[in-house]
Design a protein around this ligand. Structure first.
Ligand code: PBG
Length: 341
């Protein structure tokens, strides 16, 4: 698909530097473009009043209480962002993550506040149990079998109810991230049954068990209390074809959009999903660890944050993602506006 034309000559008649020496020629040849409208900003929402709690592992990011969201949403809309994706930090965690299914749960309150302040801003909600369960796993933990495991099929009903709850609150898109088999079909049925047939599903289809989620787990207070997520998230060493099977299954179950996560260590996966499923809206999650690494190096003066961040986002787009979820969304929109203005 990306083959170069046969060489038509060689040095000294051919000099590729001619394509680079003038800024105007470089500008003419730009293929991959970053625009604010393709970027989605993750937000962490919590209970409380006038709370803007800095997340230690993610400089520049905060846990926000609902009253803070109006201003945040208006700013995101004014910057022309593609949307926001919400992660909730509940008041109480329990074995089944009850708050995730409550109409007065944190995410429902947040969606309503954002929709009131900025009705046209796209609001995506993350649908998963890990922020809401006391054990921090992405579903119900089954001890019946003698080994601790997330009970896939028992979890599906919870995910369907959580998605329907978010849709009732006004979410525009729901994004299941728990890597349960059958989650998209269960959520589709749950949404349709709740009169939310119009709400699309953005499935975290190929989500790897990654060390790069470390900072997020502090932000969302969602670290597993025992074990790890390798029983449901993908193995980085698995045949890359498994990612294509995940995508294929999710599409068959009714996913409207697909996500690959993380982004930077999985650009090959993004590219192969793009090539195999042209026309399917494809998102990539530039995850917390990818953000915090650059932030940390920039704080030391070892990297230029703006250059490294924009180059990362460009690489993700070049690999085939149309949509990029990134903690730099607002900042990148400002950088891009400066560069264009
Ligand atoms: C919830 C979820 C996670 C992330 C997004 N949704 C954490 C995890 O799977 O442990 C990670 C996002 C990030 O690192 O920025 N399942």
């Amino acid at each position: 698909m990306h083959t170069s034309p046969a060489p038509s000559g060689s040095f000294p008649s051919v000099r590729l530097r001619r394509l680079r020496q003038q800024p105007a020629v470089r500008a003419l040849l730009q293929e991959t473009r970053l625009t604010a409208g393709n970027l989605v900003l993750p937000l962490f929402v919590r209970h409380g009043d006038r709370m803007r709690v800095p997340i230690g592992s993610m400089p520049g990011q905060f846990q926000l209480s609902v009253d803070q969201l109006a201003a945040e949403a208006r700013e995101a809309a004014e910057l022309g962002l593609g949307g926001v994706i919400l992660f909730g930090i509940p008041e109480h965690k329990d074995a089944v993550g009850s708050e995730a299914m409550s109409d007065v749960g944190i995410v429902s309150l947040a969606v309503q506040a954002i929709k009131k302040a900025a009705p046209d801003l796209l609001v995506i909600t993350d649908v998963c149990c890990c922020e809401y369960t006391d054990h921090g796993h992405c579903g119900i933990v089954n001890k019946k079998t003698g080994r601790t495991d997330v009970d896939n099929d028992a979890t599906l009903e919870l995910l369907a109810r959580q998605a329907a709850t978010h849709a009732r609150a006004g979410a525009d898109v729901v994004a299941p991230s728990g890597m349960m088999d059958g989650m998209v079909a269960a959520i589709r049925a749950g949404l349709d049954g709740a009169g939310a047939g119009h709400v699309p599903i953005l499935s975290y289809a190929a989500k790897y068990a990654s060390a790069f989620y470390g900072p997020f787990r502090e932000a969302a207070e969602s670290a597993p209390q025992f074990g790890d997520r390798r029983g449901y998230q993908m193995d980085p060493a698995a045949d890359p074809g498994q990612a294509l099977r995940e995508v294929e299954l999710d599409l068959a179950e009714g996913a409207d959009m697909i996500m690959v996560k993380p982004a930077l260590a999985y650009l090959d996966i993004l590219r192969s999903v793009r090539d195999r499923f042209p026309g399917v809206p494809l998102a990539a999650y530039n995850v917390s660890g990818e953000y915090s690494m650059i932030k940390a190096a920039a704080a030391q003066g070892w990297l230029d944050e703006r250059g490294a961040a924009l180059e990362s986002l460009l690489a993700i787009r070049r690999a085939g993602a149309g949509i990029v979820l990134t903690y730099w969304a607002k900042q990148a929109a400002k950088w891009l506006a400066e560069a264009n203005g």
